[in-house]
Structure formats: structure tokens, C-alpha cells
Design a protein around this ligand. Structure first.
Ligand code: ADP
Length: 377
């Protein structure tokens, strides 16, 4: 039976997706290089649009593409042309920034390793900021273990609105987006770098966040692709590092601080989670993991210490029941600590933003000649 043109197109694209870009580590179909695909019975024509006319592998692309398409049994002739459209990083960044204009401050929450309570802390900080009167969004970029749906008890799927944007889920006064809303959380997904990259970009670009004072981004643990994408895509108000008191945890957290600094991201400070345990019976505080590691880390790195969150079984219970402690037990000591941490974060952001404005004003007042040498120097 003769294939329809649509089926033929699918076959051609599938064949072409065997051609990989050796630098971008993705195939030329995924990268959007194939343009103007035309099929007329056994004749196939298309253009490979490269990102630069100086592409050193352009002929290799064309040869491999022709061979791949010719391997289809109904194909008689293949005409592959090469063209180039040079990409602009500024253009891409400006486009993304234009879309994120209504989001005033993006805050990344990071940790050196998993299990330190990063997601729990990110959620409760977001809730605390909302309780203090701010408009807050929470984006779960922890693609390897999206926990937001469980911690916040969200079971519905987001809808696409009239503007063809993803409508974030609204719960407890927060706007929420997580990969966990889109896939089954039990599904073991093996995420490759480029997928993490495009998901983070998509959550920034295609979600209708609306007006937000703070967008909290829960990053995966460590120093991987999501961290790099986020720092390269939008200007972050700053990053927060969550750690536990143990010396080893502090060493690993220090590496994350190093990465942010290298990427010119302002580090707002660190939070020590599971800092101490308050006895339910006598109220005595026990330093199970040698409290103070987070504070020492801050001193060593010269970053603000944002606060200590105690070990409290209500935190875990709240997470399991989809009712985080700031909502479930608002009067508890741990909730009060979250309010204080949220206030510290808000202050750090205001200070950083004011400093930046001050510096820019100084540059503007100094005029274009600042730091320029005159012929008499
Ligand atoms: P991460 O995001 O760093 O992997 P999670 O936020 O998923 O860590 O927390 C890991 C586990 O520890 C969860 O079961 C969570 O409820 C629990 N947890 C986190 N912080 C605390 C705390 N301060 N007291 C008690 N349990 C906590």
C-alpha cells in the first residue's frame, strides 16, 4: 500500500534523526535544523539550516542526511541544501527575559546532595513568603525526583490556557509547576542533560506565571545541567543553599556556592536544616548532628546565615500528607523559624537589588568617560 505524504514525512524525519551534531550532542531534527521538507512521490528535498555558515561539519551533515534518507525503500532522489542562520545569545536571553518580566525575583534553592530537606525547605519558604503577603510561585526543577506534588498534595494536571501557555496549579496561595504534575512520579525517568535543559527553559518560558514577587526554584541536588541552564537563562535574584550540620554536608554545600559564584549568581545565604531536635516532652533542644555546621560554612565563605530549621517529625508527616508545616502547624516553632528565614531572604534580596541599582546609578552618573584614559594620561 502506498504511504501517505504525512507518513513519508515521518519516515524521513525519523531517518534524519540518526544524524547527530557532535558538538551539541543532539540530532539534527531535535535541534530544528531541518527546514522546508518537500516530498513528491520518490523525490525528497529539504534544507539543513545550520547555526553558522562556518560550521566545520556541514558537509558531513549533508552526506549523512542524504545516506539516511536514501536508505528508505520508496526514496529515489534526495536533494539536501545547506543554509545558515547565525544564532544570537542576546536575542534568546532578551526573549526569555521579556516573557519573565512580570516575575520580579527568581530565587534558586540548591543543595550539595539529596536528602538534606531542600524541597521541604523550598516549599515552606515559599509558603512563609506568601503568608507574609508576597505573591509567590514555586517551580520544581528537581527533575530527578520531583516531590512537589506529594509535599503539597497536588493531584490535578495543569491546563493550557487561551494564550497557549501552561496554567500553573494554585494551592495554598502559591502558583506551582512541577514535572511531577505531568508524569507519573513513580515513573523512573532517565533524564539526559539536554532534556533537563529544555524542561527548565520550558517552565520559564511556557508557564503563565503572571505577576510574582518571588519565584522559588527547587533545583536538583548537586551542580548539574539544571543549575547551569537556570543561571544562564535568566538573571537570578540569588541562590540559597540548604545544608545539614555535618561537616561533610558543609564541604559539599561549599562546592555549590563555588559554582554559583563562578556563574556570577549572588548567593543570598545558607540554611541549616535538621539543625537540632526539640524533645516533645521536655522541650529540651538536642544537637543530634553537631549543630552549627551551616553557620561555620557561612563564616568560611563570607555569606549570610539565613537560619536554622529544627528536626521535627511534623515536617515529615506534613510532607507525607500534602500539608507542609507552615500550613499544617502555623504556630509551631519550626513554622516560626521558616517565617524568620523568609524575612531574612526578603531582606537580602532587597539589599542586593538596592546595591545593584546604586552601582548602576554610579556608573550612569560617572558618564561614558569613566575609567577611560585621556591622551594626556
Ligand atoms: P531533598 O529535597 O534534599 O532530597 P526532602 O525535602 O525530600 O529532601 O526531605 C527528605 C526527607 O526528610 C523527607 O521525608 C522530609 O519530610 C524530611 N525532612 C526534611 N526536613 C526535615 C526536618 N527539618 N525535620 C524532619 N524531617 C525533615
Amino acid at each position: 500500500m502506498e504511504l501517505t505524504n504525512e507518513q513519508k514525512e515521518q519516515e524521513v524525519l525519523k531517518a534524519l534523526s540518526a544524524v547527530q551534531d557532535p558538538d551539541l550532542h543532539r540530532d539534527i531534527v531535535t535541534l530544528g535544523f531541518i527546514k522546508d521538507l518537500r516530498i513528491c512521490s520518490g523525490n525528497v528535498a529539504f534544507t539543513i539550516e545550520l547555526t553558522t555558515p562556518a560550521c566545520p561539519v556541514k558537509n558531513m551533515f549533508r552526506d549523512q542526511a542524504i545516506t539516511a534518507v536514501k536508505s528508505l525503500d520508496w526514496v529515489e532522489n534526495v536533494n539536501a541544501e545547506l543554509s545558515a542562520k547565525v544564532t544570537s545569545r542576546t536575542e534568546q536571553l532578551m526573549e526569555l527575559q521579556e516573557m519573565m518580566k512580570s516575575v520580579k525575583n527568581v530565587i534558586a534553592v540548591a543543595s550539595g546532595k539529596g536528602g538534606v530537606g531542600k524541597s521541604t525547605v523550598a516549599v515552606n519558604i515559599a509558603l512563609a513568603l506568601a503568608r507574609l503577603g508576597a505573591k509567590v510561585g514555586l517551580m520544581d526543577a528537581d527533575v530527578y525526583g520531583p516531590s512537589l506534588p506529594i509535599i503539597l498534595g497536588v493531584h490535578e494536571q495543569p491546563e493550557i490556557n487561551e494564550a497557549r501557555k501552561i496554567q500553573p496549579i494554585e494551592k495554598h496561595g502559591l502558583k506551582l509547576m512541577s514535572l511531577g504534575f505531568l508524569i507519573n512520579t513513580d515513573q523512573a525517568v532517565i533524564w539526559r542533560g539536554p532534556m533537563v535543559h529544555s524542561l527548565v527553559q520550558q517552565f520559564l518560558r511556557d508557564v503563565d506565571w503572571g505577576e510574582l514577587d518571588y519565584l522559588i526554584v527547587d533545583l536538583p541536588p548537586g551542580t548539574g545541567d539544571a543549575q547551569l541552564t537556570l543561571t544562564q537563562s535568566i538573571p537570578l535574584a540569588g541562590a540559597i543553599v540548604v545544608t545539614t550540620p555535618q561537616a561533610m554536608a558543609s564541604v559539599i554545600a561549599g562546592k555549590v556556592v563555588g559554582l554559583f559564584r563562578k556563574m556570577n549568581v549572588h548567593v543570598l545565604g545558607a540554611i541549616e536544616n535538621m539543625s537540632y531536635f526539640v524533645c516533645d516532652n521536655c522541650g529540651k533542644e538536642h544537637d543530634i548532628f553537631a549543630r552549627g555546621g551551616g553557620e561555620k560554612l557561612c563564616l568560611r565563605l563570607g555569606i549570610p546565615f539565613l537560619g536554622a530549621i529544627p528536626l521535627d517529625s511534623r515536617m515529615r508527616q506534613g510532607d507525607d500528607m500534602g500539608k507542609p508545616v507552615v500550613i499544617g502547624a502555623p504556630e509551631s516553632k519550626v513554622s516560626q523559624e521558616f517565617i524568620s528565614v523568609a524575612q531574612n531572604i526578603a531582606v537580602q534580596i532587597s539589599v542586593a537589588n538596592a546595591t545593584l541599582v546604586g552601582e548602576m546609578a554610579q556608573v550612569a552618573n560617572a558618564g561614558p568617560g569613566m575609567n577611560m584614559k585621556t591622551p594626556h594620561d
